[in-house]
Design a protein around this ligand. Structure first.
Ligand SMILES: Cc1ncc(C[n+]2csc(CCOP(=O)(O)OP(=O)(O)O)c2C)c(N)n1
Length: 357
């Protein structure tokens, strides 16, 4: 989504001073343009991350009110990973797949917030007609292959998608997301081996948010440098600051180019953090409040970006507040829509069971 009004136009319109040397005058417009587009780019990131955060805060409220049934896993704190990663590929030519913590992935795929929210409330206008719910969002036409509840399954499923891209020769690449809690599973290594052997176009993205349910990564994994997990089958890996949207975009772009060029898979470990419990029913007693507060204060991906934008000087506090109001209105509208939409007809139980190949 492109940035709208909030970027100050005045600075961009200012002409180079008349007395400036010709060389300076020649240089300035380009520099100014670059600076403006840089701000616009950051602003677009900011807007998209904020949409995910506000959407999830609202989802948490609706869950508390009993309007969302089943499980609900919030992604708050991890927004920079999905926003950076999906901005580095070209879905639906490329594809992506993730686990159950998938609201942000669905929003970033371009599904309307109200359609995602209506899925969470299990209503007819949801993206899966209310039959998938929070964990099973899906939109093939956007290159988004779900939303999966089976931990680790996105590694082999993603590898299958990568095989399909290669087999069809369509130039597509896959981003397969999973958590650090999944990374030691057998199926993950089997998939790594096949992908490396056949040089499949896939980037495995481990979202290391430090906890698999209530277990800290240090207590569950012999090797906590998750990016090294593909080394035994020849998959190069890199650790990335998953709280920095620009770093994520850069590294995913690079990795996707490598995979697309037929050089085989790449593994990226995104160092991130989830602020909320594993799911809405988890009071998160396995870590201290101070730990969460410290990361919120020092590493929050949205705060980090707002500080950068303010530093640029072309965006003011008021602009950020305005965008927040705008996003809250979108989310509130989505919540109303998700409550007003009717429940699916019972006959829907028997539809969408098979997909014609
Ligand atoms: C095959 C399988 N085993 C166990 C579970 C139960 N389970 C659900 S979430 C979870 C933790 C996964 O942690 P991680 O992969 O780090 O993802 P995160 O929740 O941190 O995003 C487990 C063990 C499951 N859903 N599927």
């Amino acid at each position: 989504m492109a940035a709208k009004k909030p970027i100050r136009k005045a600075a961009a319109k200012r002409q180079p001073a008349k007395k400036a040397s010709r060389a300076k005058a020649r240089r300035r417009p380009t520099q100014k343009k670059a600076a403006t587009s840089e701000v616009e780019r950051l602003f677009a990131f900011y807007r998209r991350m904020l949409l995910i955060r506000r959407f999830e805060e609202k989802a948490g409220q609706l869950y508390g009110m009993g309007l969302i049934g089943g499980f609900c896993h919030l992604y708050i704190g991890q927004e920079a990973v999905v926003v950076g990663a999906l901005s580095a590929i070209e879905a639906p030519k490329d594809s992506f797949i993730t686990a159950y913590r998938c609201h942000g992935h669905a929003l970033e795929s371009g599904i309307e917030p109200k359609t995602v929210m209506a899925e969470l409330t299990g209503r007819r206008d949801g993206v899966c007609k209310g039959k998938g719910g929070s964990m099973h969002l899906f939109a093939l036409e956007k290159g988004f292959y779900g939303g999966h509840g089976i931990v680790g399954a996105t590694a082999p499923l993603g590898t299958g998608l990568a095989f399909a891209h290669k087999y069809r020769g369509d130039g597509g690449v896959v981003l397969a997301f999973f958590g650090e809690g999944a990374a030691n599973q057998g199926q993950v290594y089997e998939a790594f081996n096949m992908a490396s052997l056949w040089k499949l176009p896939i980037v495995y993205i481990i979202e290391n948010n430090r906890y698999g349910m209530g277990t800290a990564v240090e207590r569950a994994s012999a090797i906590t440098d998750m990016y090294k997990h593909g080394e035994s089958v020849g998959i190069p890996g890199k650790r990335v600051d998953g709280m920095d949207v620009e770093a994520v975009q850069k590294e995913v772009k690079f990795a996707a180019d490598v995979a697309r060029a037929g050089k085989g898979p790449v593994l990226l470990e995104m160092r991130t953090y989830r602020y909320r419990g594993h799911s809405m029913s988890d009071p998160a007693k396995y870590r201290s409040r101070e730990e969460v507060a410290k990361i919120r204060e020092k590493r929050d991906p949205i705060d980090h970006l707002s500080k950068m934008l303010l530093k640029h000087g072309k965006v003011k506090e008021e602009d950020l507040k305005e965008i927040d109001r705008e996003i809250k209105a979108i989310v509130s509208e989505a919540a109303d829509f998700a409550q007003e939409s009717p429940e699916p007809e019972p006959a829907e139980l028997l539809t969408d069971i098979w997909i014609e190949a």
